[in-house]
Design a protein around this ligand. Structure first.
Ligand SMILES: [Zn+2]
Length: 232
């Protein structure tokens, strides 16, 4: 594919690339940019005309993306912003100090960084949450060791793993992968995800035997799962 160029179209300026393809491909990117991939021999006039025919569709795509972007509020990393830990909201109190550090005092995350910039605060808070995730998950999973031993299952071991759409997964050798984001959820939800993954050590699939075991182990797991889903 060749380098991109800018061209004028009835839908405004667009980014144009050329390829061996035989038809014009029109896409609207999440930021509203119009992205075109045209055959090598198509003239800019023809391309603009074809874009004109798709004008209504382009406007609709841009509106949808604009709505989505408006509804997505990115987390803020400055004094007054709230962040969750173990199901509770805590406000940030940021100050400039060296050495930097994070402390949970009363209802506040007290965060000290050299310059107090949002970037530094984000790094400091995420590192703190990751440390707490390891601590929380390890302690809670350790309680399952006798349960696993009684069933001749491997000793479960925690690994943190960012997963865009999952809270956890497990491996038959005893590794339990947990999403570090889970540390923001109430502890009852963390315990449910851990129980779910531990039950997978015995039954890897979501089959009847798995759910029977989960029902015996965490009788009210459905309510907890629903609570966890509301947090997403
Ligand atoms: Zn599962």
């Amino acid at each position: 594919m060749s380098d991109s160029a800018q061209i004028a179209t009835p839908a405004g300026p667009a980014v144009l690339r050329r390829s061996e393809r035989t038809t014009l491909a029109i896409s609207v990117l999440p930021d509203g940019t119009l992205d075109l991939v045209a055959p090598l021999d198509a003239t800019e006039t023809d391309i603009a005309k074809k874009v004109g025919k798709r004008l209504r569709w382009i406007v609709r795509q841009r509106t949808t993306f604009a709505d989505m972007n408006r509804n997505r509020v990115p987390p803020r990393y400055e004094s007054g912003a709230t962040h969750r830990y173990l199901g509770r909201q805590y406000r940030l109190k940021v100050r400039n100090a060296d050495p930097s550090g994070v402390r949970l005092v009363g209802g506040y995350f007290q965060i000290a960084t050299k310059a107090g910039s949002p970037q530094e605060v984000e790094v400091a808070l995420n590192a703190w949450l990751r440390g707490k995730a390891v601590e929380q998950f390890t302690t809670r999973l350790a309680q399952w060791e006798p349960w696993c031993a009684a069933r001749k299952l491997p000793v479960p071991k925690v690994r943190l793993l960012r997963m865009p759409k999952r809270w956890g997964s497990s491996h038959r050798d005893g590794r339990i992968y947990l999403n570090p984001e889970l540390v923001k959820a109430p502890s009852i939800c963390i315990d449910y995800v851990i129980a779910h993954e531990v039950c997978h050590l015995k039954h890897p699939q979501h089959d009847r035997a798995f759910f029977k075991l989960l029902d015996q182990t965490v009788p009210n797991w459905r309510a907890t799962k629903a609570r966890l889903e509301q947090l997403q």
